[in-house]
Design a protein around this ligand. Structure first.
Ligand code: PEP
Ligand code: MN
Length: 338
């Protein structure tokens, strides 16, 4: 439940209510807006049954929160969150473009890609060092060596880096190199990994599971935030449907739905959503128009030679054109880009 304080509630009114909540062994989460203060309660609220909190000084009214996700819920925190990754702010007012190869293949490949995507307008470099491949015989990633190349490439280009982790072991290694970790679609409900990512405290981008509902996805994000890490960004990357023309179906409606249910920033990945290079640009524009906080796009120096996801990867010049064509859409949506 959430407790809405009266507009003129004093500091001591607020502290008193927090004290009543904590006295019962529950957690209170304060969200102070310019007009009203909201206190969210996490835990078994039946413990507050006889507390008469609704008549405590300064309390306006109480609203039950029926959803099982609380800390990620917009009712708990009405103001949209900003997640900082290095010097980059993901959230309202900005349009963050993350770009880079599906997989780190060599030092030269990521150094070259980092320079090209930075020049075009990207603000975060992506690249997978641990690859969750459908076949065990496909390229699995360079692991720690790949993280080292990514760190060097990011530092050289002046871009923070994001890399996927596929296990708790990979997470332990990755936190030494990266600015943000990615938990991929296949691990969205790997609860041990989510908890460890929460404890690690590093910004996390959580991709939507292949067949996950928005409710399941927000509960997965709640696992991370419940460990004390509120630096979580959601990424819609397409879902499984009956339609085979695209690799997945981009659920563009997830963007406004998430915006109404959560305060966490939302990124769209048109590359994995479509699987087709030609569809990346229109879907990226749709993401900006729908209110996304940014996109993640796969870019490769030579897509036909890519060890993974070549068909959906953009060349440097495709990516440069994408950024130029996208800028007015981001501007119309009230966002700064590049
Ligand atoms: C990726 O971003 O490289 C990736 C594997 O994405 P997803 O988890 O969305 O399939
Ligand atoms: Mn990929």
């Amino acid at each position: 439940m959430i407790i809405i304080m009266k507009p003129g509630a004093s500091r001591s009114n607020i502290d008193h209510v927090i004290g009543m909540i904590e006295e019962k062994g529950l957690n209170a989460h304060l969200s102070e807006g310019s007009q009203v203060t909201i206190i969210g309660v996490v835990g078994d609220k039946t413990k507050l049954a006889h507390s008469n909190i609704e008549i405590a000084p300064g309390v306006d009214h109480i609203v039950p929160v029926t959803e099982s996700y609380k800390l990620t819920n917009k009712k708990f925190h009405p103001k949209d969150s900003v997640v900082q990754v290095g010097h980059v702010l993901i959230g309202p007012g900005t349009f963050t473009v993350m770009a880079g190869p599906c997989a780190v293949e060599s030092r030269e490949q990521v150094l070259e890609t980092a320079q090209a995507v930075k020049k075009a307008g990207a603000s975060i470099l992506r690249g997978g060092a641990y690859k969750p491949r459908t076949s065990p015989y496909s390229f699995q990633g360079l692991e720690e060596e790949g993280l080292k190349y990514m760190k060097e490439a990011g530092e050289t280009a002046g871009l923070p880096i994001i890399c996927e982790v596929t296990s708790c072991h990979a997470l332990e290694t990755a936190v030494r190199y990266v600015d943000m970790i990615q938990i991929g679609a296949r691990n969205m409900q790997n609860f041990e990994l989510l908890k460890e990512a929460g404890k690690a405290g590093i910004p996390v981008m959580l991709k939507r599971g292949l067949s996950a509902t928005i409710d399941e996805w927000l509960n997965a994000a709640e696992y991370i935030v419940a460990e004390g890490n509120s630096n979580v960004v959601l990424c819609e990357r397409g879902i499984r449907t009956f339609e085979p023309s695209t690799r997945n179906t981009l659920d563009i409606s997830a963007v406004p739905v998430l915006k109404s249910k959560t305060h966490l920033p939302v990124i769209v990945d048109p590359s994995h959503a479509s699987g087709v290079r030609a569809y990346v640009e229109p879907l990226a524009k749709a993401a900006a128009a729908a209110g996304a906080d940014g996109i993640m796009v796969e870019v490769h120096p030579c897509p036909e030679k890519a060890l993974s996801d070549g068909p959906q990867s953009l060349t440097f010049s495709d990516f440069d054109k994408l950024c130029r064509d996208l800028a007015p859409y981001a501007g119309l949506a009230g966002r700064r880009f590049p």
